[in-house]
Design a protein around this ligand. Sequence first.
Ligand SMILES: *Cc1c(COP(=O)(O)O)cnc(C)c1O
Length: 362
Amino acid sequence: MNYTNTETVIETLTIKTTKTAHSRLAETDKTDLPFGKYFTDHMFVADYIDGQWTNLEIVPYGPIEMSPAMSALHYGQTIFEGLKAYKQADGSVSVFRADKNFARLNKSAERMSMATLPEDIFMQGLAALIDIDRAWVPDIENYSLYIRPTMFATDPFLGVRPSLTYKFMILMSPSAPYYSKPLKVKIETKYTRSVDGGVGAAKTGGNYSMAMLPTTKAHEEGFDQLIWTDAKEHRYVEESGAANLMFVVDGKILTPEVRETILDGVTRDTVIQLAKSLGYEVEERRVEIKEVLEYAESGRLTEAFAVGTAATVTQIYEMNFEGKAYPLTDPASRTISTGIAKKLNDIRYGVTADEFGWNWIV
Ligand SMILES: *Cc1c(COP(=O)(O)O)cnc(C)c1O
């Protein structure tokens, strides 16, 4: 089934809905919404039991009960997604490229030996949840409703094997942009995010916990974020924190190609498509640290930025490699990435025509 604005949903799932008796909306300061801190009144939940998804429900947002032996807590079978809904210029609410996030959730599930989810449950659960908490979608410029689908193993069992039961939930958090200023980054050559044969392409919890120590160390050294490099040789740049990495060299966009060590970002794909539609050349290939630093020194590198749903388009103003600083161009001078970011935002907020069919009005 295709979730678009024109097609009728043939089979409508039954979602049991329990509304909250006390909405927190009125007491929430809509101008002070740090990323991921506040949640809407409701959440969507479903359980995987005996080989089937069941108990589809919308309930008030709140704590859940779990076994202390719950396997996700011990062995880390846990995955998530991140997407956003935007208040449109006409007041409606649009979810951006939800089909891509659905597909990636199941890709992550397969890599982590977890149950996969039917598209109807993801899409209809999401649509019903947005509908009930519609009033929570921010209408301040650059704010959005961050949507966090998550799935985790729930077997109350300490044996190491794929869980037989899972819980799927969708949480929603009205949020300001994740980064508010350009980044100073460290090219990391000691720690590793991801290895060939590993789980770097999956949005799974362990990929983020293992990044915390190196990221904290980088913060202590005065950096905002890391650039991860390949595990084998620390020769190629891969990603920037939990965002994909892009450069502009000689007017062309250069970005590390997606491989099993790199998360296949929806924003990355979106920016590439927009860049091409605006007439820019895009080169996707392995990118060496050495060449990026050479381009920076010779002035051929005119823009460097990170792209992701949370980060959107975040400029990088300085790179550091083995103790040496490589200052980049003034982010205010960067016309290519800012032009693409503007086009992207205009589509997301319904200011300009959605020629790619990326918005799903719910
Ligand atoms: C989520 C994520 C991204 C960005 O993906 P989007 O789909 O654009 O949000 C990039 N890298 C990592 C490691 C991520 O977790």
